[in-house]
Design a protein around this ligand. Structure first.
Ligand code: ZN
Ligand code: ZN
Length: 296
């Protein structure tokens, strides 16, 4: 048998694995239908709806607007909606019912119970780290605004220390996954770079930490979100998975799925060509998958 490390390099599947919906709690949500029509028109064959799951009861959300996650009473309506959409599109576009669940150190049971309770309708889970514990029961935001990022960095001691903490927490959280009943994908692994143009950080440890995250994903059978949202962020300009981390994913045969993280229909598929270029740069097959060249 060929070892996974030497398996033929695949091309990037025409799958947008991280799409929000009309249930998105922030912004001005468009009809889910419009997201899917855009995906189908671009030639995608599969889309994962990954709405933000509720935070645990009583959890004190440190983001100023408290509007990042579904309210608990909106979860079941969202899942019913996503399952209906999955049926309606059957045969035209494969729609997977998913949730973007926060990785919250110390609250692992919340995610486990949520997934177990809804496993019958869910197809997969995108697990994302947005909030970091900063000690004494307080949490910091990594991606809400430059101001909240700066405050989290101050609490950690430096920008480099915050980035280290972020990557270490990712690896620990994946490691703590005790065998989920559903496929797991790590959302936007390098979200911590969202404000990198404002807060440059040189840290020689980062490559090895990023590789430790990928190694944990390989051990636990997770895939990685080749998330293109960073390309649209004025202070970022890069994919949230790239360089040595993506090369490590290829070496360890960790599956990689493109994700637009669209919060608007016209963001579905955004950054696809940059994602393909980065994917190939990491050593995956240089031959593009046949199909519509509408994906750009
Ligand atoms: Zn996210
Ligand atoms: Zn998202």
């Amino acid at each position: 048998m060929t070892s996974p490390a030497h398996a033929p390099s695949p091309s990037l599947p025409r799958w947008d694995g991280h799409v929000h919906s009309e249930y998105a709690p922030h912004g001005s949500p468009s009809a889910t239908e419009a997201f899917l029509q855009h995906a189908a028109a671009l030639g995608f064959t599969r889309v994962t709806l990954a709405e933000h799951a509720p935070l645990p009861d009583g959890f004190s959300d440190p983001t100023p607007e408290h509007d990042g996650n579904l309210d608990a009473d909106r979860l079941e309506p969202y899942l019913r909606h996503a399952a209906e959409v999955r049926e309606r599109w059957r045969g035209r576009l494969e729609v997977l019912v998913g949730l973007e669940i926060d990785l919250l150190p110390g609250h692992e049971d919340h995610a486990r119970i949520l997934v177990e309770r809804h496993a019958a309708v869910l197809d997969e889970v995108v697990a994302s780290l947005h909030l970091l514990p900063l000690g004494r029961g307080e949490w910091g935001s990594t991606d809400y605004s430059p101001e909240t990022f700066a405050e989290s960095a101050r609490r950690c001691g430096s920008v480099a220390a915050l980035r280290r903490r972020y990557l270490e927490t990712l690896a620990e959280q994946i490691d703590r996954d005790a065998g989920a009943p559903l496929p797991r994908r790590l959302g936007h692994p390098l979200l911590i770079d969202k404000f990198q143009r404002l807060f440059p950080s040189m840290d020689p440890l980062e490559d090895s930490l990023a590789e430790a995250v990928v190694a944990a994903a390989a051990d636990r059978g997770w895939s990685l979100d080749l998330n293109a949202a960073g390309l649209r962020k004025p202070h970022c300009g890069t994919l949230y998975l790239r360089g040595p981390m993506l090369t490590a994913a290829r070496r360890l045969a960790v599956p990689v799925v493109y994700g637009s993280d669209a919060h608007r229909p016209d963001e579905v598929g955004a950054g696809w060509s940059e994602a393909v270029t980065e994917f190939e740069k990491a050593g995956y097959a240089a031959r593009r998958s046949p199909g519509p060249d509408r994906l750009s």
